[in-house]
Design a protein around this ligand. Sequence first.
Ligand code: PEP
Ligand code: MG
Length: 325
Amino acid sequence: RQAQYRLLRNKPAVTRDGVRVNLNMNAGLLVDLPHLAEAGAEGIGLFRTELQFMVASTMPRMKDQTALYASVLDATRELPVTFRTLDIGGDKVLPYMRNHPEENPALGWRAIRLGLDRPGLLRMQFRALLRAAAGRELRVMLPMVTEVWEIDKARELLDRELQQLTHHGREPPSRILLGSMVEVPSLLFQLDRLMAAVDFVSVGSNDLLQYLTASDRGNTQVASRFDALSRHFLRALKLIVNAADAAGKPVTLCGEIAGRPLAALALVALGFRSLSMSPAAIGPVKAMLLQLDVGRLKSRFDPLIEASDGEDCIREMLVAFAEAE
Ligand code: PEP
Ligand code: MG
């Protein structure tokens, strides 16, 4: 199997009926970078910047951050990299930062909330990213966005840092794209405004599913409710893809489900044309896509998604479809 996947490494993922799907990888540390070529990823769809902070014993300084981001951009060359700003708080605590005990950390002071309330930290990270990407494209993504104004506010901070940078005679990035994760359900009800505020979106399906189903992503007692193939969740994903397509904004999905072949089938049927996953999943997902006829899948999938009643049997359909192909 591994050898077979390696043969596919440089082959684009195109389905039998000609649908091209972009396969990117998730990363967070320098040790992840060799996987880019090994797996044949087309870019880094999610670079989790908090990992550098989580493995450190003291707060990484701006020059350490800049060095890491520059190394990532050097290693990936012309392939796109999407840096996600710090997603700390919640289950990701930093030993060297003052910790506010929270009763519900997943719903607490974390990610962009902390970033906007403590703008010094976010501004330092923007500065490091801008410096690292001098003369190159910079793609930045915000985690746990709940309301569109958070994006506007972050963009103001980013613009301010950009002005400072050019004021000091440093070379700016050749292009800057600012995107948002879609992982808090409130965004589903402000999709038009969201799309207008961003350059791209990426669905964080781990958290979106957790918040939509009120089921802790790490709690095995509720694992059966944390079901990415449930009709209500797939419908939520469809709303996002449709809104992004209508607005002409690139959309991708970077949660764990992107790397599961059965779920990836559903995602392609929903209209996703870009996915980001752990590097080890790229081979299996690509092998599945090369065998797939999206049109045939949609003829069975769409009626089940659109049905207003009847049993939720999407998982069963996908299993039967995958076995028959
Ligand atoms: C997600 O929530 O799906 C996601 C990609 O972010 P993380 O897993 O880092 O929370
Ligand atoms: Mg998340």
